[in-house]
Design a protein around this ligand. Sequence first.
Ligand code: HAM
Length: 423
Amino acid sequence: MIKAVTGTKDILPQEISRWKYLEDLVRQIFSSFNYKEIRTPVFEETILFARGIGEETDIVGKEMYTFNDKSNTSLTLKPEMTASVVRAFIEHSLGKQQPLNKFYYISPMFRQERPQAGRQRQFHQFGCEALGSTSPLLDAEIIIAAYEILNRLNLKDLKVKINSLGVPESREAYKNILKRHLEVKKHLLSEDSRKRFDKNILRIFDSKVESDQEIIDNAPKLIDYIDEESRKDFEIVKELLSKNNIPFEVDAKLVRGLDYYTKTTFEIISGKVGSQSALCGGGRYDLLIEQLGGAPTPGVGFAAGIERILLACENEKTLLLPEERIDLYIVRMDSELTQKTFELASYFRKESLKVEIDYLDRSVKAQMREANKLNAQFVLFVGGEEYKSNKFNLKFMKTGEQKDYPVDNAGEIKSFILQNISI
Ligand code: HAM
């Protein structure tokens, strides 16, 4: 049997209503903040992500699906959207059309990580990117939007963590301070952290190894060394979050796994999804656009993992959607009325009703069973004694009430259904 590739999952019809509910909510919230949808290709030239996300990151170093196409161009399935959105922004000169561009997206992403609950190789993100302003109002806005989406899903066990990484100059100065502090303890660090010490020292803060924790906890914190402007902006972000009743905590260890961040970074964590607890993450990236060849333009954004959010909803039993139903099931009582039934179904479907008929030559009893299984709100009986006297019989399933209608007046049936249907 050919199976789905490790780390990928089918989303089956019975799960789709939850996905659609979340996607509709995302669209509704982003459009209330005036973000416009953007869609970019699934693959890009590899260099975009290598340059954008950073050569030394886990994503670029270990996790990308990279391949050469037949013309020997190195391509990569997108592991995240920020670099792609920035590429599109530069390519189409969108900054020239208006000074501030606010985008949102819902899209599959690809990272070759070790699969586990809440971690896949093809997963889905929704997110947003606001390009063109350094205002900390936007940092607060995206955190509020992210929190609002999770809140509307009734997720309870949420933690918003924020930090500021400052500008590269203050960060470089801090890295030297950190290096000096950790130098003497380097031999006590885990192997992974020792590697990070040489390559990307800030990532040591991401270590989950217990023996690293104590060393990290006692190390100087970046937030105490950031530049004045970053500090001021961070204060404004915190004030705005408080005023908007967003419960948050400053986490000086939140460094994020992508290299493009400056100033504010944040994550929202759920206590209900196990080890893969980050539902979303993001922050400011004021230098990325020029790094990718555009005119200097500040940016800020976040992305959230749809699978993880749905997992949290499942674990907290928050997303209880009504059972799916159809409007009308047409029961064919005599086999010679098959075409008539088909015609009627076409008529009601054109009136935008959700209609089903039998295609398996089932008995009347089996058709009724099917109507019940599909939660049909109405059943129309075509055939039998009524049909001999030129009538159809319509049953309103909620009340059990039944009524005859002349066969040449399907319009009357439609009106009755439309008046009584619950959406
Ligand atoms: P990220 O933290 O790498 O950030 O990913 C954002 C979210 O995507 C994570 O919090 C998680 O929920 C989800 N996610 C990541 N990897 C996986 C996976 N393998 N399986 C399932 N879910 C996953 C970014 O991608 C940045 N582009 C966010 C951003 C936008 N920063 C600024 N703008």
